[in-house]
Design a protein around this ligand. Sequence first.
Ligand code: NIG
Ligand code: FE
Length: 423
Amino acid sequence: MMVDADLLIHSAAQVVTCASDVPKRGAAMQDVGLISNGAVVVKDGRILAIGPTESIRERYTAVQSINASGQVICPGFVDPHTHVVYAGDRIGEFEQRIRGATYMEIMASGGGIVSTMRATRVASVEELVAATLPRLEMMLRLGTTTAEVKTGYGLDLVSELKMLEAIAALDLAQPIDLVPTFMPAHAVPPEFNGRSAAYVDWVLNEMIPAAAEWHRRSHFVDDDRPLFCDVFCEQNAFDLAQSRRVLEAGLLHGLPAKIHADEFTSLGGVGLAVDLGAASVDHLDATTAEDVARLAASGVVGIVLPAVNFNLGSHEFTNARALIDAGAAIALSTDINPGSAPCPSQPLVLAIATRYQRLLPAEALNAATINAAFGVGLAGRVGSLAPGKQADLLLLNCTDYRQLAYQFGGNLVTTVVKNGRIL
Ligand code: NIG
Ligand code: FE
């Protein structure tokens, strides 16, 4: 008997599912779950079936059929680490870096995150939404269908809550599913200059409880989407003990942990992430061999952000090859933000990771889909093509998925399907 569905996309040169019930590690990273001449069936916004075109067409009919011959179907990208909500830009700092200043020098002299904080504090929710919408639209065109989004440019209670409001409004205003992260410990704000301990106290006593309360009242709760808590564990930001205090307070209030660790300096953030059972530990540039082993032996996803190194003109990248070879679960992300990575493109991240970090195209694709979904706690619904999951998928103008990493600077995404809807 034929089963009726809403949408049937058939005759794709390849369907790559990236399916896995656990974060992919080691050799599994090289398996994208490839089906030649494949088809995907969608009903009520979810994937109903997936398989070779012939056997799918024997069993399913649909209101709408699409012939995807000459194209590849892959999961929509999950971008698991973004600071996409902000006001203003940092083009002046870009020029300063071209002239020789470093990111850390600019930050130490009162620029960097704090300069975006100034612009963000004076922006309204509506202005933040209007500034961010075009960036999200660009990400969507480039194939991102789920993105984590951090606060951290408010750095006071009112402004951090304003950023959460903007994230909630943006989630409802456009197709990409957003996962909010509270990050008041992104930098020490100027009014607490030289008093980081006092700022951390304020974060613990006032800001985290208020954010947890905000989350409980937000629509994210109804959709089972968490509010993560993140901290920048770095010289001139927050030290290891302060980072632990912030993340433990978050956990106490029901906010699962994430951490920016080892971007420039190894302060022990990996060990902290493992200790606390964090969802992810992000950056990992300066990570020691011992911490690579520690991460590999844990359930924490390592999020690697090579667009940052590229943007900062660095010749050194996270040793993602060593992380994968050691058995760590690795994800890739743009880190889109106005300072260290004004980059909306997961495909560009794949292009960099394959060249400078020696990931195979398959490893990079799994890292930007299923493992990224694990990194934001949403692997039960996005990140791969499997029955029951959200029908978030891409049609690519190529016949080999490896083209996604092989080509760069263009856009192979011809069609984005979000929750079964063709955009
Ligand atoms: O992930 N390192 C801290 N946070 C961001 C940079 C944010 C900014 O420069 O505005 C990052 O690289
Ligand atoms: Fe970041």
